[in-house]
Design a protein around this ligand. Structure first.
Ligand SMILES: Nc1ncnc2c1ncn2[C@@H]1O[C@H](COP(=O)(O)OP(=O)(O)OP(=O)(O)O)[C@@H](O)[C@H]1O
Ligand SMILES: O=P(O)(O)OC[C@H]1O[C@H](OP(=O)(O)OP(=O)(O)O)[C@H](O)[C@@H]1O
Ligand SMILES: O=C(O)c1cccnc1
Length: 475
């Protein structure tokens, strides 16, 4: 990974209005009703696993920490809010506003599961409320794409995966998508802006237009090889893959050998990729070019990558675009930001659907592991309670586990305390490496694509009682 440059666009410098209008009307409401010093605690968690998968890779934390550092309202933003009818006394308050919250979170790259808080925000009710939309926007998208990327890398095993997605991304979301993809383990990206800002490895091959622009395919290949003799992946499917593309690539590889260079590879972008990669491998090997790698692309996703490798296709590198950066076929991670306490009083939200009733109070998450360090399950417990002896199924208390003899670790750690960033946000490389380490400790049955086994998330008796008693009272 290379040096990181900071984002230098207005949104990252001035994110205060990158929010939903109601965050601001509620903030003003708290202010005008004299509640600005009320203390609140919010949890970030998601409910449904994306891609019919078994886990989520938590991402977006480093961007969130960076964007919150220095969060404030500027004069032109305050004038705009004034035009929208916000009151002068509230605008004066916003003028001096410096975000003062405490954030505990799972580390970026953590493997997380439904219902458990992956992040907790505490502070005055205005401060904690005002960052809801920004936080959800960043964490939901990056976690979705990091998870998709991780699945693709999991399918590819030791084969390389390259991000080709920028052109098909949801607008400027492509910037974050490539970063999240790297957190998920994608080795390099065609996205130069993300490579520049995040220290990712920029990489790429060539487009059909390069080949079309020349008189003939051989000349097109030869010219490219002349300027990039050591970094040359030739796209062989413009005219006739087997009868012209691969033979021309072989000619150029031989010419490069005479000049003391080794051609890097060829790329297939259409047709039956198993069939063509086999044919290509045979032709290349026959010509003594066993070092020339085979790259493929064309609407690939984790299942197609797995299928191609199951078909024993001799592919070395997968280029993935659309289905990576759009998170095909789960359009969004449904992460939510729910109020858990106000002035130390636990709060909950009731839902018809019992699974959607929130867990009240300030909470922590414990992750249990067996003697070989494999994750066994997670427990959500009240932050101030002693580590419980028994963890219960959230809705069927008859199902419970004695955890007294089981080692556990807290999942949430402090990242911002009273507005102060405690450490530099993790680099992409650190988060990617952490994701890999943690995933190693997950049982195989949670990793498979077809009907993955559900990872166990339980709660303590104290939390269950609190939830049930509060539910009774609220009803
Ligand atoms: N051996 C294979 N097994 C499973 N899926 C494959 C295999 N080879 C290719 N695919 C996938 O099948 C789909 C093929 O789609 P499609 O028929 O539109 O591609 P195409 O033949 O290359 O057409 P075009 O020339 O328009 O790109 C792609 O998603 C591709 O990745
Ligand atoms: O299929 P995806 O996973 O989205 O991967 C990105 C696609 O983008 C390029 O095609 P495009 O037709 O845009 O340009 P090209 O002429 O260079 O092939 C590339 O050849 C891939 O097919
Ligand atoms: O470098 C490539 O091969 C590339 C880049 C973007 C999209 N498709 C392919």
């Amino acid at each position: 990974m290379n040096r990181q440059h900071t984002y230098n666009h207005t949104l990252f410098e001035r994110p205060a209005l990158y929010t939903d209008f109601y965050e601001l009307t509620m903030a003003q409401g708290y202010f005008l009703s004299g509640r600005k010093d009320d203390q609140a605690c919010f949890d970030y968690f998601f409910r449904d696993l994306p891609f019919d998968g078994g886990y989520v890779v938590f991402a977006g934390l480093s961007d969130l920490l960076q964007i919150l550092d220095g969060f404030q309202f500027y004069e032109d933003e305050l004038s705009y809010l004034s035009e929208q009818g916000f009151k002068p006394e509230f605008l004066n308050f916003l003028r001096d506003f410096r975000l003062n919250v405490t954030i505990h979170a799972a580390k970026e790259g953590e493997i997380i599961f439904p219902q458990e808080p992956a992040l907790r925000v505490e502070g005055s009710i205005i401060h904690t409320q005002i960052l809801e939309t920004l936080l959800l926007n960043i964490l939901n998208f990056e976690s979705l794409i990091a998870t998709k990327a991780f699945r693709m890398k999991y399918a590819a095993g030791d084969k390389k995966v390259l991000d080709f997605g920028l052109r098909r991304a949801q607008g400027f979301g492509g910037i974050q998508a490539s970063k999240a993809a790297a957190i998920g383990g994608i080795e390099a990206t065609s996205n130069v802006y993300s490579a520049f800002t995040q220290g990712l490895t920029p990489s790429g091959t060539m487009a059909h237009s390069w080949i079309q622009s020349f008189e003939d395919e051989h000349t097109a290949f030869r010219k490219y090889a002349r300027y990039y003799p050591d970094n040359c992946i030739l796209l062989v499917d413009t005219y006739d893959t087997l009868n012209s593309g691969i033979p021309n690539a072989i000619k150029v590889a031989k010419e490069l050998e005479e000049q003391g260079h080794k051609m890097k590879g060829i790329r297939l972008d259409s047709g039956d990729l198993a069939y063509y990669s086999r044919k290509a491998r045979a032709q290349l090997d026959e010509a003594g070019l066993d070092y020339v790698k085979i790259a493929v692309s064309n609407q690939l996703d984790e299942r197609l990558i797995q299928s191609l490798l199951n078909q024993r296709a001799p592919i070395d590198l997968f280029g993935v675009g659309t289905r990576l950066v759009t998170g095909h076929d789960t359009p969004a991670l449904d992460g939510v930001y729910k109020l858990a306490a106000v002035n130390k009083q636990p709060k909950l939200k009731i839902s018809e659907n019992i699974e959607k009733t929130t867990l009240p109070g300030r909470k922590k998450v414990l992750r249990y592991s067996n003697a070989s360090d494999t994750f066994l399950g997670d427990g959500i417990v009240l932050a101030h309670e002693e580590d419980p002896a028994i963890i219960y199924h959230p809705h069927y208390p008859a199902k419970h586990t004695d955890v007294t003899e089981i080692q556990s670790e807290p999942l949430l750690q402090p990242f911002i305390r009273n507005g102060e960033l405690l450490n530099t946000p993790p680099s992409v490389a650190e988060s990617a490496s952490y994701a890999r380490q943690r995933f190693e400790r997950l049982n195989a049955e949670h990793k498979r694509f077809e009907n993955p086994h559900i990872y166990k998330i339980g709660i303590s008796k104290k939390l269950m009682d609190l939830r049930d008693n509060l539910s009774q009272k609220v009803k």
